[in-house]
Write a protein of this length. Structure first.
Length: 167
């Protein structure tokens, strides 16, 4: 965790803080994270901004954004890997594969529904995720990586289509 000067953060965020947060609030973050969250929520709700632990609050907000992006890429890699396996190993298709495809599509769609701005990130990472999925599919299936196309073989609109399964 990076500790920053309280005044420096406030200056960068254009927030005027009358006084520094209490040492109790900062210590709470390190000793009881859940209680810190509840306390921070209450302070925000009551408009007691001068008592907020801004450095740790800022860090937590930034971490949430990274977590959402990581969720998109992780689910996309699994989805693409299973679409490849489904297409290139038709004799091994199982309900488990279909469920995995459905589950990871659903997770991605839910993330995009809750945060539509992540759609740009999804599109930016699609090709990188495909290359990782291609490698993982090769490792998991034992098939040579050249079995799987170098370029994304699925149409963009079909990847998240809940009913699409490659043949």
């Amino acid at each position: 965790m990076v500790k920053k000067n309280h005044q420096e953060i406030n200056k960068n965020m254009d927030i005027q803080v009358i006084e520094k947060p209490t040492n109790e609030t900062i210590c709470l973050y390190e000793k009881d994270f859940f209680l810190w969250l509840e306390t921070t929520g209450l302070l925000l709700k009551e408009g007691r901004l001068n008592e907020l632990d801004i450095p740790n609050l800022l860090e937590e907000i930034q971490t949430l954004g990274r977590s959402e992006r990581n969720s998109i890429t992780s689910n996309l890699e699994v989805l693409l890997m299973h679409l490849l396996k489904y297409q290139y190993q038709p004799q091994k298709r199982t309900n488990s594969w279909r469920l995995t495809i459905y589950e990871h599509r659903d997770r991605i769609m839910e993330s995009l529904k809750q945060s539509p701005s992540l759609r740009v990130y999804y599109q930016e990472k699609l090709l990188t995720c495909y290359q990782k999925a291609r490698k993982k599919a090769s490792i998991e299936t034992g098939l040579n990586i050249a079995t799987f196309p170098e370029n994304l073989p699925f149409e963009l609109d079909l990847i998240l289509n809940i009913d699409y399964l490659p043949e």
